[in-house]
Design a protein around this ligand. Sequence first.
Ligand code: SF4
Length: 232
Amino acid sequence: MRIGGFQKLSLVDYPGKVSCIVFTIGCDFRCPCCYVPQLVLPEKKLKEISINEIFSFLQKNKGLNEAVVITGGEPTLHPDLPEFIRRVKTMGYSVALETNGTNFRMLKNLVEEKLVNYVELDIKNRLDFEKYDLTVGGVLTKELFENVKKSIKLLLKGKVAYEFRTTVMKEFHTVEDIVEIAKAIKGAKVYYLQNVRTDVEVIGKKGFTPIDEETLKKIIKEASNFVKVVKR
Ligand code: SF4
């Protein structure tokens, strides 16, 4: 597994637990609004962090730190992710995984083996191929798209604690788009919306525009007919 970042302390990234965050390198999407280009784009030179360094931290901080959040990039691109998580779990930590849902098979295995305690799935747009493809930078394939849909269905079965979320921006999302996502995840406990950030470097050439308060209120009102929507 290639690790490009490690945050030793977070009080907000794992629900109810003190956690640390592991950032993996590489992603199969190229979302123009992505604010971790250093993890996603191979041309960005990044100093890698060794797995031994992570485990030595986890060993020393048992009891103080309770959970490990694994994000990226896209962590499920790494075939040895399950093995990494198994080791983390053996040490007594809870594990949260943030994913874009493209590796359905690995996600399913992780859930079935009870290796993940919490899954956060990023839904990029309504489940329409063209829209989704635009939002992920024009790299979507039929197979990846099917996998995203299957991953959503898998989480809706409720075998693992989960959340869905979408980063919203004027350039890619209308009120109807978000309502369509809410319909697709009908029955989910909660759906988080976060506005795009404007203060960071992104993959796309230009910045993106957050959705204004008035429109967000409208989105929340309409989408709440299907799922509880929470603004972050
Ligand atoms: S925002 Fe998109 S490109 Fe960036 S890590 Fe997530 S899925 Fe990959």
